[in-house]
Design a protein around this ligand. Sequence first.
Ligand code: S3P
Length: 171
Amino acid sequence: MKNIILIGFMGVGKGSLAREVIKHSDYMAIDTDDLIESMENRKIKTIFEDEGEAYFRSLEKKVAKWLEGSVKNTLISTGGGFYKQKNLNKIGLVVLLDSPFDEIIKRIKKHPNAAKKLKKRPLLADLQKAKALYDERRPEYLKRADIVIDVTKKSALECSKELLKKVKKYD
Ligand code: S3P
């Protein structure tokens, strides 16, 4: 079993999908933002505020190196900017969760914890800037992906079935 690495824009549902997939498979799951928060013993938002984005990106790079050398049989969900890591394809099979920007924002807003979800993501604070970031990144996401899953209006369960089916073809 190869690692699966989930990439995609903030709020697209990488974490929710990972939690669903582990219910229906033998994969273990980890999340790069969670790893960074535990390495630093502080929240992503605080790391951005105290040290700036470049420092956060250097931590992502360190995580990427570690994943490549040390992690197997795992479903790895990542922060929205993790796709930039050069060794992504050496870590595992890259799966993009894709959806239009407006749908992603709708998805976040309908969540019971919407305010918290928006607050913890510094790069979503200004929606106009976030949309520009989305437009810049989407072609790059598509370039890096081995598999694309359109998650628009689909449940986590539906997406997880689709993911496991598509991944099987790479066995
Ligand atoms: C970021 C996405 C966030 C987190 C950080 C930066 C990005 O993760 O890594 O705030 O650059 O898109 P999520 O995609 O889980 O929100």
